[in-house]
Design a protein around this ligand. Structure first.
Ligand code: GLP
Length: 239
């Protein structure tokens, strides 16, 4: 694991986009795995800035999002589709034929999402955040390390952690999601996990130094040959 701690989110985001830039200079046709959540917002902002300054182009990429809530339509403002459209796809001029999500297309046949990823050559560069309970994507504690894309029942804690996207009421957060599995994520060639803020420091230290076990899904990353952990000072306090 390459662990890098930066003074603030902005510098950490710049470093992540440096890594992406390097990837895309070598392989402009890269397949990117993308995440949602507060953590990735400054990273997407940095990507947009570089596209506008013509230092980066996503024109040739294909993207696969990690997860999506079950039952939310694409245009639902709470969906991850809408999040991605707003924070990255629209300003980066990505078109719908470049961008893929597990829901709704694969709700009846989740493994079809893994097959589609493989048909595109596999994920070259996967961006991840981390939940307070160590989840990556929506792989909650206890998820098998052998899991591929599957339907998950979200824990009450995760629904509460995401309530601010749903007008503050966790009952409005869907009970289920469709997520890439841990095996899907581990097949990526390069993985970049971002963590910002003091609330992530304990789980980040466990993921990096603790035992590798399904109770802390992100700990599986210790077994991946090419992982970057990029965090700000607060999240990296215990590293
Ligand atoms: C959600 C997403 C994850 C994300 C996590 C952390 O549960 N499914 O992909 O990493 O939240 O989100 P945040 O960055 O808002 O802390």
């Amino acid at each position: 694991m390459h662990i890098e701690v930066f003074g603030d989110q902005k510098r950490a985001s710049q470093r992540i986009v440096d890594l992406l830039t390097r990837q895309l200079r070598a392989y402009p046709y890269s397949v990117l795995g993308l995440a949602t959540g507060a953590t990735v917002i400054p990273i997407y902002r940095e990507i947009i800035g570089r596209i506008r300054r013509e230092q980066l182009s996503l024109a040739q990429v294909r993207t696969f999002n990690l997860d999506e809530y079950m039952g939310l339509q694409d245009h639902d403002p709470h969906s991850f589709h809408a999040f991605m459209q707003h924070h990255l796809f629209y300003p980066a001029h990505l078109t719908p034929n470049q961008t893929f999500f597990p829901f709704p297309e694969f709700s009846q046949d989740p493994s079809g999402y893994d097959r589609l990823i493989e048909q595109h050559g596999g994920i070259d560069w996967q961006l991840l955040g981390i939940g307070h309970n160590g989840h990556i994507g929506f792989n909650e504690p206890g998820t098998s390390f052998d899991s591929e894309t599957h339907v998950v029942k979200l824990t009450e804690n995760t629904r509460k952690a995401n309530r601010h996207w749903f007008d503050g009421d966790w009952h409005h957060v869907p009970e289920q999601a469709l997520t890439m599995g841990l095996k899907t994520i581990m097949r990526s060639r390069t993985i970049v996990l971002a963590a910002f803020g003091a609330s992530k420091s304990a789980v980040l230290a466990k993921a990096v130094y603790g035992p590798v076990c399904p109770e802390l899904p992100a700990s599986i990353l210790q077994h991946h040959p090419r992982v970057y952990i990029i965090c700000d000072q607060e999240a990296g306090r215990l590293l």
